[in-house]
Design a binder for this molecule. Sequence first.
Ligand code: GAP
Length: 515
Amino acid sequence: MSENKQKKDKPKASAEPEIMEKIVSLCKQRGFVFQSSEIYGGLKSCYDYGPLGAELKRNVKAEWWRTMVHGREDVVGIDASIIMHPNVWRASGHLAGFTDPMVDCKDCKERGRADKWPKADVGSEVEYKVIVDHQSGKKETRKGKVGALGIVCPNCGSPNTSDIRRFNMMFRTSLGSVDNIESIAKALEGKNLQGDELKKVIADAIGETAVYLRPETAQAMFTNFINVQTSMRMKPPFGIAQQGKSFRNEITVEHFTFRSCEFEQMEMEYFVPPPQYAEEGKDDMYWYNYWCTERLKWYSDLGIRKEKLRLRAHEASELAHYAKACSDVEYDYPWGWGELEGIAHRSDYDLKAHEKASGKRLTFFDSQKNAHYHPFVIEPAAGADRTALAFLLDAYTEEPPPPGTNEGRTVLKLHPRLAPIKVAVFPLVKKEGMPEVARKIIDEFVKNQINAFYDEKDAIGRRYRRQDECGTPYCITVDGQTAQDGSVTIRERDSMNQERIQVADAVAVVKKRLA
Ligand code: GAP
């Protein structure tokens, strides 16, 4: 839950609109991300991944799974249901405590999260402008004193805010063939209730069938701890990983897919022996530091520039009461440093909480030490959408025209393994048998399940530019020489270098470069 606790550096007043507008526009134009339900005017904070976006996100998730599960003997994966027993959320603390501090501006009616609104000195006088005529946009200048919350409205600057109301971020629905409206109507029949009493009767009526869309994937790893440990005969230290959708009714959705209400997480719970049973030199803090290093490295190994990444250790005041430590992998977004992933040392809190609530023992029996213990948990928790966005932002490059020309280019310098299309194949011209050869090359890539794209429209330069914008790392062109010696050119996206290879070697060459 570090996401809601994180402290941010001051946001940059600079580049966000311009670069984000460019990214959003490129995403739509090239089929990465579309506004959900666009033909009906869209739905706030809901996005659909188009053909290239779906590939990119799948590649991000595949790389994570490759590194975190297939690349290790000590981690196994699960795929749990999104709807879990409501007691899971009672035990985890989400029902009581997964809330955001909601606040309203009394002047312009802006609503948001109090912890995200601009800070101001309590008692200081501020001047702000409020629209008084919405048709003409006429504004009135007002003055006011900053109240005890020490915040002002981000929209109009007014210090005139409501009190904070806690707002549970879990999406509630009901399970079973019971209509909530029927239950509420039945519970209220013949009663004349007001205020808290009314709320309680309604809550009780809904409560019988209430279930929640999971706000994180992590809890299924705790509830399945014994199932996984015994079925796979795992011994701490070992991890359970999962990827999947999570849902949070965020008050503030922002920065495109950075913070939305429906998103995908990639989480791993790594169960380690508590200090008294740990192998020498490999206690819980060793594993916490290990995972901080590993996770930071994962992003730079996949091409994010090192200077755009950092690990930020949480201050004691930011930590949950049960957490021994927490760090965020942060990226330098166009609006400033922000969380990409949280790595939390959750002590033995979760297993103990579920053991208490369920009455089922959630310990590991160490036969060598003849001891039952609750493992400590280190949790690297990342978001697939946010990671895909960071890769896009980091890859986005505008190159000026080379000397002597007037055409620059926009390139997505994505790591080849993340690139949605791996190779594009072009006939230089639509004649002299070139399209036929290009089609044969495409067929070979398809047979080898390498995502390839055929294009014969427009001049060759424009075709290269289109693929640069999609992040395609390799372009193969069939030209006049192909008929003579069976060779084609292969152009590398970032350097634009071209070399000649044999048609017969095309698949092997690309495979080798993608490995
Ligand atoms: N189990 C711990 C946990 O869920 P979190 O920091 O709240 O921790 C982990 O979430 C990651 O999930 C975040 O670092 C972020 O990448 C992603 N995430 C969280 N809330 C999100 C949202 N509203 N939209 C997109 N991604 C989100």
